[in-house]
Design a protein around this ligand. Structure first.
Ligand code: HEC
Length: 113
């Protein structure tokens, strides 16, 4: 009994520390690296082969960041982005809850220099 409550306290502390650091919830960074970084780069610079080819945005650039509201980013991640001929340049995020998408927006914002 005592052991488990100590464990719970330790967990609560860890969660608080993580949130206090302003990090996105656990899993966001991993999701980014697995589903987004191929185009946008792990560091958001879009300095990848696919990113350059497809014209992904450099998210470390404040002016590029200013082009989008959080809502626009949310919609782009949720519904994808199409070019003028109606083809996806960015597909809708797979299996992403609204909560995850929100924290992906936060993650993208954190690239801004
Ligand atoms: C196949 C390459 C590709 C992948 C994978 C990709 N993106 Fe994109 N993304 C793009 C391109 C290209 C644009 C620029 C579209 C434009 O011209 O506005 C973009 C734009 C964005 C924008 C800016 C909003 C907008 O309307 O353009 C956000 C935010 C974004 N991506 C987040 C993500 C997230 C989060 C993921 C992973 C779930 C992801 N992207 C995966 C190619 C990609």
């Amino acid at each position: 009994m005592k052991k488990s409550s100590l464990f719970a306290a330790a967990c609560a502390l860890t969660v608080t520390a993580t949130l206090a650091a302003g990090d996105a919830p656990a899993g966001t960074r991993q999701y980014w690296e697995e589903h987004c970084a191929s185009c946008h780069g792990v560091d958001g610079k879009a300095d990848t082969k696919a990113g350059k080819k497809i014209g992904a945005i450099n998210f470390t650039d404040p002016q590029s960041q200013a082009r989008f509201t959080d809502e626009q980013m949310f919609t782009a991640i949720k519904e994808g982005v199409k070019n003028k001929s109606g083809k996806y340049t960015m597909k809708p995020a797979e299996n992403a809850s609204d909560e995850l998408i929100k924290s992906l927006v936060t993650h993208v914002r954190s690239f801004k220099k």
